[in-house]
Design a protein around this ligand. Structure first.
Ligand code: FES
Length: 110
């Protein structure tokens, strides 16, 4: 894992290579102590906290449909661009992180 901390308020951490998370896929990664799920929506990569706001289970077990992530466990849906809950039983959003693609590498700001 690499960090450079040059921009913004947080530290940018390399979490994966782009090839590990192709379009339409989710990928569980870690950045420091944060557990994160990456979502590749048609080449744009988003990053959310990897814990459903319903019962804290991993969102990376779910499925990505367009820009919606559906939790495997009880079917809550989240907008991966914002972390907003858009389908019950989740009501609260999940944290979203800024993402940068540098070459073939995915960085998340934590
Ligand atoms: S833990 Fe995700 S919907 Fe219940």
């Amino acid at each position: 894992m690499e960090a450079d901390g040059e921009e913004g308020d947080g530290t940018w951490v390399k979490v994966a290579d782009l090839s590990e998370c192709p379009p339409g896929n989710l990928l569980e990664v870690e950045a420091g102590r944060e557990r994160i799920v990456l979502a590749n929506v048609d080449g744009d990569v988003y990053a959310l906290q990897n814990r459903c706001s319903h019962q804290d289970l991993p969102l990376s077990d779910g499925e990505l449909e367009g820009d919606r992530l559906e939790c495997l466990y009880h079917g809550a849906r989240f907008d991966v661009c914002t972390g907003k809950a858009v389908g019950l039983p989740a009501i609260k959003p999940v944290l979203s992180y800024d993402v940068q693609i540098r070459g073939q590498e995915i960085f998340v700001q934590i």
